[in-house]
Design a protein around this ligand. Structure first.
Ligand code: EPU
Length: 430
């Protein structure tokens, strides 16, 4: 078992470069299937979710060449239809994008229900509603989603009852090659939705309105290959910003789109963090006291739910009482008892509100990364805490953060990844 071991207390200085956005690239990769041509994707982050998705695409017959650490050539000219079974699909949430992409490419898809972080119920009813509305026959049985169409998909108007990133993306993937016009109303507006629309358009699609709540897609017969660079990861950037805010110091976060970070910048500034925006970088400085603030997570352009655990870790060190409301996920405070092991004073009321009474110090402890962003919160708390923090189950963190140890060490953190044999292995060698 690998653990992260952090000696807390170092202030952070220097600069860190952010990678491509996880939640964009996991949609762009399946979208390459639709082109049945050669695509070169740049700024691809070196994270586990990408490796898993590339593995699935390889099984479908895509020929994948790594041109350099962050650039891949993906040739989908010789792909063939296959069922995507549970042992593969359960390894990441974004496997559900294969349903939309394969339905658009082959006119059929059979993909197991997806895995991903556990925040309570994570329904996909709106994805299925979208596919049905485009004329697909959709059935869910024995954990498999089956969708198919006889004469091709036909554009239609789809109203999303909830603002859903996944359902918006999945319908976009299915609709780009459908006959006629598809209109998605109450669409999600996240930066990765715009990135997917730009990528699809670069491949010859006709998608308009991404970034607003109405997206219009005129179906085209064919797409073609292209070269495209994935947008920077808003949440990776926000995580480093929160880490500097918690540990203190002066760090420039490079390769970011400051516009995507507005809500995060606004909340950190409210806490007393000094932030300077450049064209594609932000400088984060914190030497004084942190002050409390209230945060409510919302779909974009609101404060992102994927930054909620990180801001809670930070606020646990801010003077006064902060209230954080989670309005996207049913149950995203399960990690809080890990922070309390470090000395944080947090009460979760119901399942959607955390009341945080700032403490002067956190003290190192053994904690678990209960999911991806919870793991990021443990790193932030560990960096700011006195003494040693050990974080277990770091495979969650590696799903979404590239070179996390190297990047934090480069800005002065005392962090190591250590391998600990588990009990079975110890017995084996006894
Ligand atoms: N919802 C429905 N029905 C659906 C789909 C969603 O009711 O068919 C509800 C959900 O229950 C939730 C809300 O709509 O209350 C929003 O869910 P959404 O579909 O937007 O989430 P998602 O697509 O499953 C993506 C990200 C998550 C991120 C959310 C919200 C990916 C692969 N995952 O999930 O990212 O929290 O959007 O922004 O893009 C992460 O990166 O750590 C992460 C969990």
């Amino acid at each position: 078992m690998d653990k992260l071991v952090i000696q807390g207390g170092n202030k952070l200085y220097g600069s860190v470069t952010i990678g491509g956005a996880k939640n964009a690239v996991v949609a762009l990769l399946p979208a390459t299937l639709l082109s049945r041509d050669v695509v070169v994707l740049e700024n691809v982050p070196a994270i586990r979710d990408v490796r898993i998705m590339l593995g699935i695409m390889g099984q479908l017959g895509a020929q994948i060449k790594m041109l350099d650490k962050t650039t891949y050539q993906i040739d989908t000219r010789h792909i063939g239809y296959q069922v995507v079974p549970n042992d593969v699909a359960k390894r990441l949430r974004a496997s559900y994008y294969l349903i939309g992409a394969m339905l658009g490419t082959f006119g059929k898809a059979e993909v197991s229900l997806p895995g991903g972080c556990d925040f309570g119920v994570r329904p996909i009813n709106l994805h299925l509603k979208g596919f049905k509305s485009l004329g697909a026959d959709v059935d869910v049985a024995n954990g498999m989603v089956k969708a198919s169409t006889e004469g091709g998909l036909t554009g239609s108007s789809i109203y999303m009852d909830e603002v859903s990133v996944g359902a918006t993306i999945n319908v976009m993937l299915a609709a780009v090659k459908a006959h006629g016009l598809t209109i998605i109303e109450n669409a999600a507006r996240e930066p990765h939705i715009v990135d997917l629309a730009n990528f699809l358009n670069r491949m010859g699609a006709n998608v308009r309105g991404a970034g607003t709540d109405v997206i219009k897609i005129k179906g085209v017969e064919e797409l073609h290959g292209c070269q495209y660079s994935v947008i920077p990861d808003q949440i990776e950037a926000g995580t480093y910003m929160a880490a500097v805010a918690a540990a203190g110091g002066d760090v420039t976060i490079k390769n970011v789109t400051p516009k995507h970070l507005e809500s995060i910048i606004a909340k950190l500034a409210e806490c007393g963090v000094d932030i300077e925006e450049g064209d594609d970088e932000v400088r984060v400085r914190r030497f004084g006291e942190l002050t409390h603030c209230n945060v409510k997570t919302m779909p974009h352009p609101g404060f992102p739910t994927d930054m909620q655990p990180q801001i809670v870790a930070l606020l646990s060190l801010a003077s006064g009482t902060s209230i954080v409301n989670e309005s996207v996920w049913e149950s995203r405070f399960r990690y809080v008892n890990q922070l309390t092991k470090l000395g944080a004073n947090i009460n979760v009321e119901g399942s959607k509100m955390a009341v945080i009474q700032g403490v002067e110090k956190l003290r190192g402890a053994c904690v678990n990364a209960t999911d991806l962003r919870a793991g990021a919160a443990m790193i932030i708390a560990g960096l700011a805490a006195e003494g040693e923090t050990e974080i277990e189950d770091i495979y969650h963190i590696e799903r979404g953060y590239e070179d996390v140890v190297e990047k934090f060490r480069a800005i002065g953190a005392d962090m190591q990844k250590r391998y600990y044999p588990d009990e079975d292995e110890l017995e084996l060698h006894a």
